[in-house]
Design a protein around this ligand. Structure first.
Ligand code: AHM
Ligand code: MG
Length: 338
């Protein structure tokens, strides 16, 4: 050694700001088998969320509101921001080199990364901009994503996509609202990070989110009440005697409120939408995973939502999720009927 003196630096005492990137790297360091691939994938998702957040804010000013004039594979009108958000996430995820297949609400088919040099071991399922009907009136919308690991990245198959929700590795959403917040779970609880636009970083603001066992809010589109089956009708009649109603109509926002305040959110299958409205791979599974990781429950009414196995990438399911005791009240209405 020469003459230079060294001071020992203690890193990560927890007293300063924890960015999302720093938090993810710290998780990687605690997992000896980790390769850093998930860290890079989450960086790509983070970038997509920041990009979309900035476009959502400017949408009214740069001609991004309104329809494209086309419908997606599910027959729904496509908004300009839906398309832009889809392009942003698709490009960012492919460029990460850590995915081998992508499933987006906006794309009819699953996307397979053909270039072997650009291929990684993860599958990402995502709804690039959820809450489409709220885009043009400036109500909170969001991005939802789920991450699975492929069995063999050299040979990704349909079976890698059509699998049980229990096999999800990580999931989250980003809400573009009065503040922009990323909620993430990699299977060890749920944490929330708020985007600080001044520095362009997500900063941990909601560590270790836990749902209260019971809430005081129910959230369901009661305009569909006449289509509900008897157990749903019974539950809604019962809960409205004691709880407040809140329904944004953007799943991300309704789930965000549920995670923070407790209560129950539902979009059940009914006689109009026989399989429900929300899509299993990129709406139901990621949200059910987050809610369970936060100590809540997620059910179709008769089975845990994460036990579902879709038969098609855009399959739908009825779903109720939220505080454990509230979801169990709903389940009890189904059990009574059996
Ligand atoms: P989208 O993916 O086309 O935006 O549809 C999903 C949205 C959810 O965010 C929300 O919970 C639900 O559809 C609202 O549907 P409705 O307008 O029928 O209440
Ligand atoms: Mg959606």
């Amino acid at each position: 050694m020469g003459q230079t003196k060294f001071d020992a630096v203690k890193v990560g005492t927890g007293e300063d700001l924890v960015t999302l990137t720093r938090w993810v790297i710290a998780q990687q360091q605690h997992a000896p088998e980790a390769t850093g691939d998930l860290t890079l994938l989450l960086t790509a998702i983070q970038f997509g969320c920041k990009f979309v957040a900035s476009k959502v804010k400017q949408a009214g000013l740069i001609n991004l509101l309104g329809l494209t004039g086309t419908a997606n594979v599910q027959g729904e009108d496509v908004k300009k921001l839906d398309v832009l958000a889809n392009d942003i996430f698709r490009n960012s995820l492919i460029a990460s080199g850590k995915t081998c297949m992508l499933v987006s609400e906006e794309d009819e088919n699953a996307l397979v990364i053909e270039d072997h040099n650009q291929r990684g071991k993860y599958i990402v399922t995502f709804d690039p901009l959820d809450g489409s009907s709220n885009i043009d009136c400036g109500v909170s919308i969001g991005t939802i994503f789920g991450i699975f690991k492929v069995k063999d990245s050299e040979n990704p198959t349909e079976a890698d996509l059509l699998r049980c929700g229990r096999e999800i590795v990580a999931a989250g959403y980003c809400m573009y609202g009065s503040y922009c917040e990323m909620i993430l779970s990699i299977g060890n609880g749920v944490n929330g990070f708020t985007l600080d636009p001044a520095i362009g970083e997500f900063i941990m603001t909601h560590p270790e989110i836990k749902l209260p066992p019971r809430g005081k809010i129910y959230s369901v589109n009661e305009g569909n009440f006449k289509y509900f089956d008897e157990p749903c009708k019974k539950y809604v009649e019962q809960v409205k005697q004691k709880y407040s109603a809140r329904y944004v109509g953007s799943m991300v926002s309704d789930i965000h409120r549920t995670l923070l305040y407790g209560g129950i959110f539902g979009y059940p299958a009914d006689s109009k939408s026989k399989k429900g409205k929300l899509r299993i791979l990129y709406e139901v599974f990621p949200m059910a995973f987050l809610i369970e990781q936060a100590g809540g429950k997620a059910t179709t009414g008769t089975q845990p939502a994460l036990d579902l196995v879709p038969e098609h990438i855009h399959d739908r399911s009825g779903i109720w999720l939220g505080s454990k005791d509230d979801v169990e009240d709903l389940e009890a209405c189904y059990k009574e009927q059996q």
